[in-house]
Each structure stands twice: as C-alpha cells, then as structure tokens.
Design a protein around this ligand. Structure first.
Ligand code: MOS
Length: 715
C-alpha cells in the first residue's frame, strides 16, 4: 500500500486522543456528569452455596439519603435462562436478584441506592442476610474431578489414530500442566451510569462491545433494542472482562427504573474478583510422540477446567494443538467441572494463552528428549496447511519469526545442556516459544462526514467501535487520512456510541482489521460517490477538497461496510510469532529475573508501529504476569477468594520486565482483508509463559509445569 502522507497508514504517530487522556479530559463511564444521578452499591453473598432465608433492610432504609434497597424479594422479574447451563457469550442476558438461591461466594444478593456513594456503601453494610448454607459446595478443583462433564461449546476432536501415532514414536511424552485462576483487572473499574426513562435506557458503560451491550440490556429487560443507547467513549482496559454485560449493569438499570433517577454503579476492586469474570483453572494433559529425527507422530491435548453451576464457559485450550504443527494423529478433549464460582469468561487470548503454555512447554520437553534444538524441532514440524480444517493459512511466517528471532537474540550462544551457563550465583537460561492467535475479521460499518472548513476538508468518522486503550482512535484516523488523502489533523474520530454504525467492538483481536477496513469502505464510498456525481473516472486522482468543490457541497456524508470475503473464509487466518527469553535464576533463593526478550510477530500490515508495539509489550507483560505471579487463591473452607486486591494479586512492574525487543515482519495479508491487517492484541501473551518456563529449565534443569512459577518452586 502506498502511503500518501506522513500521518497515514504505517506511520508511528502519537495517539490522537493522547492529549485528552493525559489532561484528564477523556471521559470514562463513571465520569459523565449526568444530572440528578444517585449511586448504587451491590451487596455480595457470604456463602458459596445455599439460599437466603431472611433479609432485614430496615436499618439501611432508615439512613439519610437511602432511596431504596433491592433484594430478590422486591426485584422486578427479568428475562431468565430457559435452558440448563446456557453458554455464556458476549450477548448473554444478565439477570440478577431473581431468587434466594446462592451459586457462589460473592454473588450479588442486593443493592442499595442512595444520594451519595458513601451513603450507599455504608448502607450496604447494614442490610442483614441470613442464609441456609449447603454444607457441600463444589470449591475444590482436585477433589471434584468425578463431576466433570463433556461441554457442548467445544466438541472433542480427533484426526488419524492417536494410539497408533504414539506406538510408532521413538520418544513419547505424557505431562500435565496447570494454570491457576486469574483475573483480568483492567485499570478502569467496571462502571455504568444508567437512566431509565419512559421505557428507554441510556447507559454510559465501560464495555468492549457497544452493540452487544445494547442487545444484552434489551434482552434482559425485554425492551426493543432501539430503545437502548450505550455510550462507551473511552474504556480503560478490558482484557475480555468487558466483552459481555455483567450483573452490575442490570443492577443499575433496575435501580434507575425503581427510583426514577440515573444510577451509577462502580464495581469495587474487591468485587472485580467475584462479579466481572475470570480465567478458570486449567489442567492440561499433553501427550506427544516423535520420531528420532524430530518428526511428530502424535499429539493429544486434554483440558480439564471448570465452569459455574449455572452457565457454561470453556476456554478452547486445545485449539492451537489442532493446527500449529504438522502432525497426522491428533486428539483434543475438553471436560468441565461445574463449581460454585462465578462463570469464568474470555481473558486475553482465551485458549491460546493457556493452551500454548502447555503445548510449547511440551514441545520443549520433547526437543530435550530428542536432544534437538527446540527452534529446529518446531521448524521441522511446520505446516502451511491447517490440518484441522484442511485449509491453507492465509499467510504463515512462523518459520521466519523463529529464524529471525533466533538470529537477533543470539540463540547460537545457548547451550542445550541445562545449568551449563552461570555467572556468580546466577544460573542463566535461554527459552523459546512459538506464538499463534486466531486473527478474525468481522463485518464492520462506518460513517464519514466531510465538511469544508476554511478551504480545507475536515473528516469525521463515526463508528460504534471502542478504544480500550489499544489505539483504535488513532488507527481509524490514520486509515481515514490514508483513503481520503488528507493529513490526520483533518480527521476526527468519534467512537463508542450505539447511535453510530455497527462494528463488532473490541475483542478477539479483530478490532484493528475490522475497524480499519470499515473506515476504509466508508471513505472509498464517499470518494466514489463524489466522482460518480461529476462523471469522473474511478481511477482519476482528484483531491477530496476538489471533489467537494466540483460537487458544490460544503458537507457530504457516506457510509460503508466491510466484511470477510470468500477467500477469507476458505483460509485459516492466524497471526504468528516467536518469543525468545533470557532468564537468570538465583541458585540459592530461586528468585529469577527476566533479563531480556526478543519477540518477533507476523501479523499482516501494521497500521501504526507505535500503538502496535504497545499492544505487544502489553501482551508480553501480561504473559510475564502469568509466569511470575498471577493467581487467585480460593479459601478452602468457605470458597471465597482470599486474593482480593492488588496487594495480594500481583502483576509485573517495570523492573520485572527488563529489555524487550519487538520486531514485526513486513507483511500484508491480502487474503485476510483488503488492507492486509491482522490482529495483535492477544498475540503477545500467547508465547511468554512457555518461553520463560523453557528458559528456566535451560537455566536450572527444573521443569516447571504449574503456573505461576514462584521462587520457592525453584529451590
Ligand atoms: Mo478479548 S479476551 O476477546 O477481550
């Protein structure tokens, strides 16, 4: 693609909304100055399973400023699930306070609405619940395996003959990997200000997908979708936790309807553990068979996870084990234990982040058994065909990522033998992992408004897309600048409003490809129409300002929609990458440092290298979090989470990350979409855990199969 100007596609410009953000002028959900608003505070259950036998709201109701207390006794009847264990999706209804039944510790049992936030918080503590406790909640993963069932969401899969593949192998591996409960914890707390007026809802809400939020709210309250307006102008991170509408949103709408005032609910950091999704505990058993020369003969990936007792969700951990390597005999299985916790939901690269820890650790274990270089072992089993669908990859530069990464990293200085590189008390290890992540692309619409201002064209692009901190505003502005042939300073992007044209929202790494192609389609339509009106040939180059002048228009508006092509559907579309890491482990204490990482990505056309770099660094940091610290712990008697704040849920800080070299291979994947763009939001996280665990093995000779790898495990 030829770049017309210095601010168009491919340039590392600063974020167009950066100034608003650093000035505190970008408004997040709870910051909208909605007149007359009141505050609601959710109340959480203090048992894991059972039911409410009595509620006493009298003390709370007596307090100054308290407008109402809602529990299951006086809550309005909402739409509820009509099937057993429905699958949690991004449009699922979110009924709340519908019965005295308690499904997990921390479930909402009530809500207090008051004039001020402080009054609501205080009053919430005065509402008294008595419970009849079920003595046997399912809160122990290891002891509950007999309850596991076959989920309907991710069917089992196989090709070839797994047993025969294992039988013909020279070396076999059978190993199990554990990843713990993790929480998303975006910086911006989940929040909503909802107003119910004459059967219509307006909501300023921190959501990743505006269209889906309107659907979920309209379905929950059984009102027409057109009567729900959702505004999510700025979103302070989501990582999957804001893909769907959580129950606090329902509490806000329900409360607004009752007190006839706009109601704000801001979920507390404590509540973010129990009321806004999480990544479930996964136990992944990997079996691999290989010939002496490194040819894979068999690969099996069995995942045991858990869901809630009322909804089904399963991360597709085995997805990459179906397609990443050229192996004829392959089997993928999923089992789920219904447990007394909230329903887990998609967390950054759901499936790949955890699945690739298991797969890429197992590949490293097998390479070591074969005494083969782990880079060469992966390259030997590379494939250009996705064997799980028999479709070719739209583009796959995994081999190149591995080779270029190895070169930049200095992989030739690695000793295959563990514990063979030392400096003083430090054991030094090198590790590698492949990265892969689906690169979806979805139908996306946009509107562009062209206006003549002082002899210049100003363009406004409107879409219901969100910017969850990723750079959507910036790359959409660059796309419009590119396709209209104007500087980015002459483009304004307006996002996050359900009144704007529909997009798939931010999730699943489809944002960049979808948003940019949608904006492109609108700009191309605008230009074409302006040319057609004046009988100008399509291929004739005319500046957009001249087109408006020739049309005698001061303002012109066009819409466009981009959607996946047949070619897209006939291919397997993924982003790929490779991560190399150097880790230093203290011999005596087990403390370790991630000294440096080289990360190579192949993700199609990079619209903005600066925001793309931010996405990869963010993904790598979150991946490092998986390895070094992140885990939510369950109290073994009561079933509550004892990890309840950032004081005990640890995430990496700058000092943990050291030097990261991020490289993108120059690429345009024209099969993926017209602009050649693929997603990068989740690619980074998919390679880190295994890369570091493999480096730790190389440093110490200790194979770490359970995350997080805390220092005491290394001594
Ligand atoms: Mo993502 S886990 O689809 O925000």
């Amino acid at each position: 693609m030829e770049t017309l100007n210095a601010s168009g596609v491919g340039n590392p410009i600063n974020r167009v909304e950066g100034r608003l953000k650093v000035m505190g002028m970008a408004k997040y959900a709870s910051e909208f100055p909605v007149e007359n608003k009141v505050y609601a505070q959710g109340i959480n259950s203090t048992i894991a399973k059972g039911e409410i036998v009595s509620v006493d709201t009298s003390e709370a109701e007596k307090l100054d400023g308290v407008l109402a207390v809602i529990t299951y006794k006086n809550a309005e009847k909402l739409n509820s699930f009509d099937e057993e264990m429905p699958q949690l999706s991004t449009t699922t209804i979110a009924p709340v306070l519908q019965s005295p039944k308690i499904n997990y510790y921390g479930e909402y049992v009530g809500v207090v609405i008051a004039e001020t936030f402080e009054q609501a918080q205080y009053a919430a503590r005065l509402v008294k619940f008595e419970y009849k406790k079920d003595p046997d909640p399912t809160i122990h993963f290891d002891e509950s395996q007999a309850k596991a069932y076959k989920p309907s969401g991710n069917p089992d899969y196989s090709r070839g003959d797994m047993a025969a593949g294992m039988a013909e192998a020279d070396e076999t591996l059978d190993a199990t990997y554990n990843t713990p409960l993790e929480h998303h914890h975006p910086m911006e707390l989940h929040a909503i200000i909802a107003s119910w007026e004459n059967g219509k809802v307006t909501a300023y809400a921190s959501q990743q997908m505006v269209e889906n939020a309107t659907i979920a709210i309209s379905d929950t309250f059984q009102i027409p979708k057109k009567d729900v307006r959702v505004i999510a102008a700025y979103v302070g991170g989501g990582f999957g936790s804001k893909l769907n509408v959580e129950r606090h949103a329902t509490l806000a709408v329900m409360a607004s309807k009752m007190v006839n005032r706009p109601v704000q609910v801001t979920v507390t950091r404590h509540q973010m553990f129990t009321n806004t999704g999480m990544r479930q505990h996964n136990e992944q058993r990997m079996q691999i068979g290989a010939k002496r020369d490194g040819t894979l003969t068999a690969l099996s990936h069995e995942t045991l996870s858990h869901t809630s007792t009322y909804q089904e969700y399963q991360e597709p951990c085995g997805m990459i084990s179906k397609m990443l390597y050229d192996v004829p005999n392959n089997q993928i299985k999923y089992r789920l234990i219904p447990m007394n916790f909230q329903t887990p939901f998609a967390m950054r690269a759901p499936g790949e982040a955890t699945g690739s820890f298991a797969l890429e650790s197992a590949m490293d274990e097998m390479a070591w058994k074969l005494k083969m270089d782990p880079v060469e072992f992966r390259i030997k089993n590379d494939t250009q065909i996705d064997l799980s669908t028999d479709r070719p990859f739209s583009s796959r530069l995994l081999k190149e990522c591995l080779r270029i990464g190895a070169d930049k990293f200095g992989w030739e200085n690695r000793n295959m033998e563990p514990r063979s590189k030392q400096e003083g008390n430090w054991l030094i290890g090198y590790g590698v992992s492949a990265a892969s992540r689906r690169a979806p692309y979805r139908e996306t619409s946009a509107r562009v408004i062209l206006e003549m201002e002082k002899g210049q064209v100003h363009a406004t692009v409107q879409m219901d897309a969100t910017d969850i901190g990723t750079g959507s505003y910036t790359i959409i502005a660059q796309t419009a600048a590119e396709y209209l042939g104007i500087p980015v300073e002459q483009v304004t992007v307006e996002l996050g409003d359900s009144n704007f044209p529909v997009t798939p929202g931010s999730g699943g790494s489809w944002g960049a490809a979808s948003y940019c192609n949608g904006a492109r389609a609108a700009c191309e339509n605008a230009i074409s129409e302006l040319k057609r009106n004046r009988n100008i040939a399509e291929d004739e180059e005319v500046a957009v300002a001249d087109l408006l002048r020739q049309n005698k228009l001061a303002r012109f508006e066009a819409e466009g929609t981009a959607a996946p092509s047949e070619e897209f559907k006939n291919h397997s579309v993924f982003s790929f990458g490779a991560n190399f890491s150097e880790v230093w482990v203290d011999k005596d204490t087990g403390m370790y440092r991630i000294k440096r990482m080289v990360n190579v990505g192949s993700a199609g056309k990079i619209i903005n290298p600066k925001t793309a770099y931010g996405q990869i660094i963010g993904g790598l940091t979150m991946g490092a979090g998986m390895v070094i610290a992140e885990q939510t712990k369950v109290e073994p008697n009561f079933g509550n989470f004892i990890t309840r704040s950032f004081a005990d849920y640890h995430v990496p800080v700058n000092l943990d990350m050291a030097n990261i070299d991020v490289i993108f291979l120059p690429e345009e994947d024209k099969i993926a979409n017209k602009m050649g763009v693929k997603g990068i939001g989740e690619l980074g996280i998919t390679s880190v855990a295994a890369s570091i665990a493999n480096a730790i093995f190389n440093a110490t000779g200790k194979r770490m199969r359970d995350l997080p790898i805390t220092p005491e495990k290394l001594v």
